[in-house]
Ligand binder design. Structure first.
Ligand SMILES: [Zn+2]
Length: 156
């Protein structure tokens, strides 16, 4: 039974107020029962555990006050909800982020971003594909050209 949580963040100058979409690696110790549950669930879905954890955390962070999120507590309560929310989380993990794209618009990025599907880095100044979804959303998604091309050639 581990209950210690540690987070390591790379030293980076951060400007207060700037909301950079920077990916960080979190190392966290989780209770054995939680790990088992996460692995089992991820195994069922045939996705990496890290993808599952990310989906759960994104969900939790979206719902909670960003400043007071406790990673372990969020994970624990998320796992308790797994049975209830299994279908919803499953859908979230397995959903292609470009599934509802109706068009892609080539844009020049003024801020670094990452591809919504393959997570590759899209550096500032590079050309990315702005994802135009079928429903209005405040979330801006970008895709790399490879993902945009493969997505638009697949008829669902
Ligand atoms: Zn991509």
């Amino acid at each position: 039974m581990e209950s210690e949580t540690s987070a390591e963040e790379p030293q980076a100058p951060s400007r207060p107020g700037s909301e950079e979409r920077k990916e960080r690696v979190l190392h966290t110790r989780v209770p054995a029962v939680l790990e088992r549950e996460l692995k089992r669930f991820a195994g069922n879905l045939r996705v990496p555990v890290s993808n599952l954890v990310r989906a759960i955390l994104e969900d939790a962070v979206a719902a909670a006050d960003r400043a007071t999120v406790n990673v372990e507590n969020q994970l624990l309560s998320a796992v308790k909800q797994l049975e209830v929310e299994r279908e919803r989380i499953k859908k979230k993990v397995l959903t292609d982020p470009l599934e509802h794209a109706v068009a892609f618009q080539a844009v020049t990025l003024s801020k670094p971003a990452s591809c919504a599907r393959c997570q590759c880095d899209l550096p500032r100044g590079s050309t990315a594909q702005l994802v135009i979804g079928s429903e209005p959303t405040t979330e801006r998604l970008f895709a790399c050209t490879a993902c945009a091309t493969s997505s638009s050639s697949e008829e669902a």
